[in-house]
Design a protein around this ligand. Sequence first.
Ligand code: BGC
Length: 380
Amino acid sequence: MTQYMPTIASLAAAAAILLAGCSPSNPESPRRSRAPFGKVDGKEVFLYTLRNKSGMEARITNYGGIVVSLLVPDRSGRPGDVVLGYDSLSSYLKATPYFGAIVGRYGNRIGKARFTLEGKEYTLNANDGPNTLHGGLKGFDKVVWEADENTPATQPSLSLSYLSRDGEEGYPGSLKAAVVYTLTDSNELRIDYAATTDKPTVLNLTHHSYFNLAGAGSGEILSHELMLNADRFTPIDSGLITTGELKPVEGTPMDFRTPAAVGARIGVTDDQLRFGRGYDHNWVLNKTGGELSLAARVSEKTSGRVMEVWTTEPGVQFYSGNFLNGTNIGKGGKTYAYRTGLCLETQHFPDSPNKPAFPSTVLRPGEKFASTTAYRFSTR
Ligand code: BGC
């Protein structure tokens, strides 16, 4: 039998957890707690609950880094779950359109599932016709991440890491990826991404929550008002691959510089909307560099909820849930029909590895990739 002898390090870690209010052994008023969620690939999967001091609660699993639920107060203080998802791990394993997941190694599409880096061509697993989407057949959304439960934190947070081996899904280089979710007391869910590699590779990490500010399962998102802080977008071809142009939004249904209902122009005759089957495009954010800046603001009248998206990334994919079809049973037995959730995926531009004029997604040994996105909630 091994006897448990507390070391100075373990005592320090325990003290840090208690100071952060994150003790899993105190279920009464914890700011972070943990419950078993099942097993994948022989590894334990947990569901972590983060609570802040302002009425928000996030439940996140280390399978795919998925945000399973996100409770946000409405204008009268009533909490509502604003993200689509499932009640059980088995439902996520069966079929999911990336509900709430961390997406990688390369979020969004890479045309013809290949790219050339430093003179060498790499072939990826195609999973979207001839293209690769969201990391391939088994992307970062379908792996078990390691949860570091000992990181001292002053706010409720969850640190996850994943080692993606050299050649996984066709990508070169062993990539160490880390994601920290923090639920701040000012009602924001912040995501800090970091990565290093041992060979040159490409990287585009994002988060894929489907939001419905009136509550998951409550109907279409077409009356949500959206502002996108972008003068330009990256047009796509009929296979949803970026053409390489940066096109002004002026005079097109892609112009969300002044807030407009998602549904206001979604039905107009327009090639871009036809190719995307609605909105499924990357907007080029107005910013000077890699500063944390406002990308988008969404508001919903009945609940009064407002969500702002802030990011250090150069782009955001606004996807209006055009492939949702109500076939899978979601949380509380609700189904998610066509356009009942919207995604705002902060990112580098789609197919950048094949578009030399786009901001680079190459990560080299010795470099540290770092990126931050915050979903900030308020009411009006
Ligand atoms: C993409 C869509 C895709 C969806 C997967 C989005 O990020 O832009 O084209 O269908 O993810 O559910």
